[in-house]
Design a protein around this ligand. Structure first.
Ligand code: FMN
Length: 199
């Protein structure tokens, strides 16, 4: 049995392409592994706060010195991290916003990159602690970026995931969605076909 964690980050619900891809992923996964639990965390409807002095202050302090607000902030971060630690398969839905990932997804990453929990510092440098996990990243983009130097999503997410120990990462890009003509249909169909093959 594998536990699947899906992170949604499109601000759109109805017309979101990345959500169409996660729905396809869920359908495929359930058909192949009906007993596997799937958790969906929607950062649009349930956003996580940006890092602030309460959270960072609480992280650094011994437990008995934390204020109530620091404890509550840390508790939220712990919950997000526990969810990730429990997952065997991570699916990140990542629309492209202004050449990067949505700030909601960045905020989530800021909560789960936790020294001592998801990575640790060693004499030879940082070491990821999430061993044996697999990730799928489902992007949706208005233009065409895959494989080019303007793609700041894939290299960034590969680095972040590798940092916490997730090296088995498959990217599926739905591209050209805002380019008119038949680009949108082609981009979506290609992404769906690839997803059908790999997941
Ligand atoms: C605020 C905003 C910023 C965007 N920035 C870019 C961008 O920099 N490059 C691009 O190719 N598409 C950009 N787009 C288009 C989206 O990537 C595209 O609409 C994609 O389908 C969004 O994902 P979704 O369908 O899951 O919501 C942007 C869209 C929005 C709403």
């Amino acid at each position: 049995m594998s536990r699947v964690l899906i992170i949604e980050s499109s601000a759109r619900q109805q017309d979101s392409v990345s959500r169409q891809l996660t729905q396809q992923f869920i359908g495929q996964w359930q058909a192949a592994h009906p007993a596997d639990p799937i958790t969906v965390r929607d950062l649009a409807t349930d956003p996580v706060p940006h890092l602030d002095s309460h959270l960072l202050g609480g992280w650094m302090k011994p437990a008995e010195q934390r204020t109530d607000i620091e404890k509550a902030s840390l508790e939220r971060s712990n919950q997000l991290t526990d969810e990730l630690l429990a997952a065997d398969v991570l699916v990140l839905a990542a629309p492209m916003y202004n050449f990067a990932i949505p700030s909601t997804l960045k905020a989530w990453l800021d909560h789960v990159l936790r020294a001592g929990l998801t990575f640790k510092y060693t004499d030879t440098g940082p070491q990821g602690l999430l061993v044996g996990k697999r990730a799928y990243v489902l992007t949706a983009r208005g233009g065409l970026y895959a494989g080019g130097t303007n793609d700041h999503q894939e290299p960034y997410l590969r680095q972040v995931l590798a940092f916490i120990g997730i090296h088995d990462v498959t990217f599926i890009h739905a591209e050209g969605l805002n380019m008119g003509g038949d680009f949108q249909e082609k981009g979506l169909n290609q992404a769906k076909a690839r997803l059908a093959q790999v997941a």
